[in-house]
Design a protein around this ligand. Structure first.
Ligand code: GAL
Length: 325
């Protein structure tokens, strides 16, 4: 069986290049669903799934220029093309499952396709993980700028949207409403003036970790992370992980893998190609932790944790949530 090599182009089971840039993963019914940016044709976001993190089956372009639209708040612009009829930019899509509403809810960074001045977020939903998502429009949370973003879900279902504000100088943590369709409140502002972006959040042994990059576009830089005892609590100062280019990667997401008593954390990242976006690749690495909870990242040319089956096959329940431990 083929092994995925980090930084190479990866192909789906139909032989097409996988486009899931700036993406995320969600585990449901024994499958890992992988969502990410796809800038080709009329597509915005594509979805693949795998039972073993190795063979990726293309499922659908879940958000495109002609996706269905429906308002979920009083004011939100529903346009999926810009004023000139061109494509907008939808970057860093993240998806959570809301157990109360039984909806898959997607949040994404929205720009108008011409420049980065909208600095907005957008929301879409679906009844299944890999169906046609309904677009609910873009807006600025409480009027703030909102660029690189992620989602994080607690075990009790409380969810947070984290995004870069004030021209990327600060990172905001917003608690979502119970239905995940709107923002409830701004609960934290982190690392003001540090220009951190590409946030990825997870929780391990009661400690919350947030991985970030510096703000140099698609050029890689030194990864840094902070820790906290709660999302709305006090976060540590930033510490470095990986090398000065984070092994030529930028964080996209951290996916907890395995049963609760045998949990590992997969660093899912992009190796962007500035010259040819479609030649951008992925690097998956295992995060390691020292006795004090310090986080480390080492390079490996092979994708780790391959062959990890979905829990149904092994009869092990290793959780359904996308970002918690
Ligand atoms: C990066 C950001 C990416 C994309 C890129 C465009 O800083 O993390 O999501 O927006 O800039 O240059």
């Amino acid at each position: 069986m083929k092994t995925l090599k980090n930084g190479e182009l990866w192909y789906d089971t139909q032989g097409n290049v996988i486009h899931a840039h700036g993406g995320c993963m969600l585990k449901k019914d024994g499958y890992y669903y992988w969502y990410g940016e796809n800038r080709n044709d009329d597509n915005y976001i594509s979805c693949y799934r795998s039972a073993d993190l190795r063979e990726w089956e293309f499922r659908r372009h879940i958000l495109t220029t002609h996706s269905p639209v429906s308002k979920s708040r009083v004011k939100a612009s529903l346009t999926l093309v810009n004023e000139k009829g061109g494509k907008v930019n939808l970057e860093r899509p993240k998806v959570l499952y809301n157990a109360a509403t039984k909806k898959y809810v997607l949040w994404v960074h929205y720009e108008n396709g011409e420049n980065y001045r909208e600095a907005a977020c957008a929301v879409a939903t679906c009844d299944v993980p890999d169906g046609d998502f309904v677009y609910h429009g873009h807006f600025n949370p409480f009027g703030y700028m909102s660029r690189d973003c992620t989602l994080f879900q607690e075990e009790d279902g409380t969810a947070y949207f984290i995004s870069a504000a004030r021209d990327n100088a600060d990172l905001h943590i917003y608690r979502l409403q119970e239905d995940y369709l709107n923002i409830d409140s701004l609960v934290n502002r982190l690392w003001q003036g540090e220009y951190r972006e590409a946030p990825a959040v997870f929780q391990r042994n009661g400690t919350y970790y947030m991985l970030t990059s510096f703000c140099t576009g698609w050029k890689p830089n030194q990864g840094k992370y902070g820790t906290a005892e709660s999302m709305d609590g006090k976060w540590s100062i930033l510490k470095e992980f990986g090398d000065e280019t984070t092994f030529h990667t930028q964080p996209a997401f951290v996916m907890p893998i395995g049963s609760p008593d045998n949990r590992e954390f997969l660093y899912i990242s992009d190796r962007w190609d500035e010259e040819d976006y479609n030649h951008s690749s992925y690097v998956f690495l295992k995060l390691t932790f020292d006795a004090e909870g310090g986080l480390h990242l080492e390079y490996d040319e092979n994708v780790p944790l391959e062959g990890r089956k979905g829990w149904k096959e092994k009869g092990i329940d290793d959780g359904e949530a996308s970002g918690n431990s």
